[in-house]
Design a binder for this molecule. Structure first.
Ligand SMILES: NC(=O)c1ccc[n+]([C@@H]2O[C@H](COP(=O)([O-])OP(=O)(O)OC[C@H]3O[C@@H](n4cnc5c(N)ncnc54)[C@H](O)[C@@H]3O)[C@@H](O)[C@H]2O)c1
Length: 319
């Protein structure tokens, strides 16, 4: 029998790629999204598919969520809806708490009433990074720095998912993403540096780089192409890890080097200016994803150069 998956935030950048994957894998897909940052255009390939249902609504709407669970009886949940910006969480911690934890708790209350088999919960390996030194990489067992409300809500969400797994009888995987990029990403939020730079570069406008005196090339990050992220979600649906797994490439790259790589791939030459850093940002982030390989057989395949080249091809087709 066909399985049904509820994808929250499925009209967003990553969620829309996941909805397409689940349809291709033969699932019935129910997507709930309030379109605060998502867009129905992201779902244009599948919106009319008979196995796809879109519900416009808020994950904090208890009545609506209970109705969705009652009507569609999902076997699985893939929870991507979130307040996703570190900077916004610093300015608006109550909103961050409301979406990322009250919203999650609403879903968990539905799961209590309508048991499911599998829960995929998205967290942030970048925001939950420890203070890395030298050639270290963040691992799932490190103590995170927790220097932003977003980091706190994502980390607490992980604990709720783990805590209720045995009680509510579901398997789970917490996927801790590094920084994700690819088609459909819009320039805002936690990880918009590639689309922000790209928009500026294509408009021939200079960008700004936030630097520290000891890090003149800016913060460092680990960049994963969205196709690799789709793959780990597919694997987590097939064989849950029942733990937290990092989703990263293990390659640490400074923001200035990302800028230069975009210039190379898009064959442009536009200036960048230096600015002071923002509150809440982790300075260095690179993830050790060995556990994802051991438990799920997942390893990132797409290099930054290849990913940016795919992104350029995608944008040229859309012109
Ligand atoms: N993009 C990254 O690099 C990255 C890194 C780490 C973690 N994440 C996490 O991945 C998930 C998806 O991020 P994304 O980059 O695709 O962002 P996105 O903004 O494109 O997707 C989030 C989706 O959730 C929806 N949404 C937000 N609040 C909602 C609510 N209250 N009810 C229903 N829908 C709601 C939005 O409309 C949007 O479609 C988020 O949980 C984010 O924290 C992303």
């Amino acid at each position: 029998m066909k399985k049904t998956i509820l994808v929250t935030g499925g009209a967003g950048f990553i969620g829309s790629h996941l909805c397409e994957m689940y349809i291709a894998e033969g699932y019935n897909v129910v997507c709930v999204d309030n379109l605060v940052s998502g867009n129905l255009n992201n779902l244009s390939e599948i919106i009319k598919h008979p196995a796809f249902t879109f519900v416009q609504g808020d994950i904090r709407d208890r009545e609506l969520m209970m109705q969705i669970f009652q009507a569609y009886k999902p076997n699985e949940i893939n929870h991507h809806a979130a307040q996703k910006s570190v900077a916004y969480s610093v300015e608006n911690p109550s909103y961050d708490l409301d979406i990322n934890l009250v919203g999650l708790m609403t879903i968990l209350d539905c799961v209590k009433a309508h048991p499911i088999e599998n829960f995929i919960y998205v967290s942030s390996g970048g925001a939950l990074s420890k203070k890395i030194e030298g050639n270290e990489k963040s691992s799932e067992t490190d103590t995170p720095q927790l220097i932003s409300p977003y980091a706190l809500t994502k980390f607490t969400g992980e604990k709720y998912i783990e805590m209720y797994a045995a009680q509510y009888g579901y398997d789970f995987t917490v996927v801790r993403y590094a920084n994700i990029y690819g088609p459909r990403q819009v320039p805002d939020g936690e990880c918009g540096v590639i689309p922000i730079f790209l928009n500026n570069i294509l408009a021939e406008k200079p960008s700004v780089l936030m630097t520290y005196p000891d890090m003149p090339n800016g913060c460092t990050r680990d960049y994963v192409y969205v196709g690799d992220v789709v793959e780990i979600n597919k694997l987590a649906s097939q064989k849950p890890a029942n733990t937290v797994v990092n989703v990263g490439t293990g390659e640490e790259i400074a923001i200035l080097d990302i800028y230069k790589e975009i210039l190379t791939v898009f064959e442009k030459d536009v200036a960048i200016f230096i600015e002071a850093p923002r509150a809440g940002d982790v300075r260095r982030s690179v993830l050790d994803a060995q556990r994802a390989e051991d438990l799920l057989g997942w390893k990132s395949k797409v290099t930054l150069h290849e990913g940016l080249t795919k992104l350029r091809a995608h944008l040229e087709v859309r012109k």
